[in-house]
Design a binder for this molecule. Structure first.
Ligand code: NAP
Length: 313
């Protein structure tokens, strides 16, 4: 086996600690060599830097970086990393705009490094079985319901409410990363309504009507104000039964009968992402699918913005 890929983790917030550190530790193809964050402290006694410029200047040998900062600041860090000759793993969404992701992809290709636009929800246990089941069916309609309590899941994350933070589309894009993987036909935005708190720049709720190229309707309901039971569900009605992919893609049922069950929320997702990252680095390839980001961008382009009551955390 070749030497492990020496990886630095950048942006040591919630997802870096909850998912990236354990997934990297569990992958023999990767070796964590440093962490980078403006605040915080070293992990396991490893070198710790306030920014990627200091990491590059340190002489610590690095092959790749995984970027877990908010999307608004990710492009500049990724561009710098590519210029160093480092492979780059981007947390989702891969950028704040489509054009910046395209520019990064071009830069990575020119520099001969791998760029990975990661979509963790695509690695949930039910996603590939759902894709296989739907491939042989005729989709009549689909409903995406992604309703979660922002105070529970995103406490103190002011960036989410800023331009480029996506608001409720920050989790909503996870639903679209699944839908673009499992639905057999391309689909596009027809109409959208975005509820934007009067004191914030990004939507707290949204309703998006998509249609696929054969005319089937796909409705998406996103809401950050959900209290009580939380919903991360995609229901697809077909000519041969109804598929429900629940709990963020981890529980699959067909006509009410459980086809696959897992109680782990994200446990399989990040190991899957890092295996894929190691695979593309070894193969000298990139993996950059912007389909989910394109649909979110189109919802903002096509949508009616509706002012709603202020959101105070
Ligand atoms: P977070 O807890 O706010 O962490 C982001 C980290 O990035 C911060 O701790 C911060 O650390 C660093 N950072 C660098 N520049 C920043 C800036 N200008 N403003 C704010 N923070 C800055 O966010 P997160 O939940 O980990 O999410 C990060 C990314 O992962 C997002 O794109 C999100 O969509 C994605 N993600 C999150 C989850 C989740 O469940 N939370 C799940 C999957 C994916 P320093 O201050 O130390 O630099």
């Amino acid at each position: 086996m070749s030497a492990p890929i020496r990886l630095a983790l950048v942006g040591m917030g919630k997802i870096a600690h909850d998912q990236h550190l354990p997934a990297i530790a569990g992958n023999a193809d990767l070796e964590l060599v440093a962490t980078v964050s403006r605040h915080g402290e070293p992990v396991n006694g490893l070198p710790f830097f306030p920014n990627v410029e200091a990491l590059a200047a340190s002489g610590v040998p690095v092959d790749a970086v995984a970027l877990c900062t908010p999307p608004q600041v990710r492009r500049a860090i990724a561009q710098f990393a590519i210029e160093q000759g480092w492979h780059v793993f981007l947390e989702k969404p891969p950028g704040a705009t489509l054009a910046e992701v395209a520019a990064l992809h071009d830069a990575a290709t020119a520099r001969g490094v791998s760029l990975f636009a990661s979509w963790h929800s695509r690695y949930a246990d039910g996603v590939e079985p759902a894709r296989a089941w739907l491939a042989a069916r005729e989709v009549k309609r689909a409903t995406i319901t992604w309703r979660e309590d922002v105070r529970v899941w995103h406490p103190g994350q002011d960036w989410i409410w800023e331009p480029g933070g996506f608001g409720v589309f920050d989790p909503g894009i996870n639903a679209l990363s699944i839908a673009t993987r499992i639905l057999p036909r391309p689909f596009f935005v027809e109409t959208a309504e975005l509820d934007v708190p009067s004191n914030r720049a990004a939507p707290i709720a949204a309703r998006v009507a998509f249609r696929d190229i054969a005319g089937s309707a796909i409705a998406m309901d996103l809401d950050f104000r959900q209290e009580g039971p939380q919903h991360w569900d995609i229901e697809v009605e077909t000519d041969a039964g109804t598929l429900l992919l629940a709990k963020g893609g981890s529980v699959l049922t067909v006509d009410g009968a459980e086809a696959l069950a897992h109680d782990a929320d994200l446990h399989g997702e990040y190991p899957g992402l890092y295996s894929r990252f190691a695979e593309i680095v070894r193969a000298g390839e990139s993996d950059v699918d912007v389909a989910p980001l394109r649909l979110v961008a189109d919802a903002f382009l096509r949508g009616r913005h509706i002012a709603v009551e202020p959101f105070v955390e």
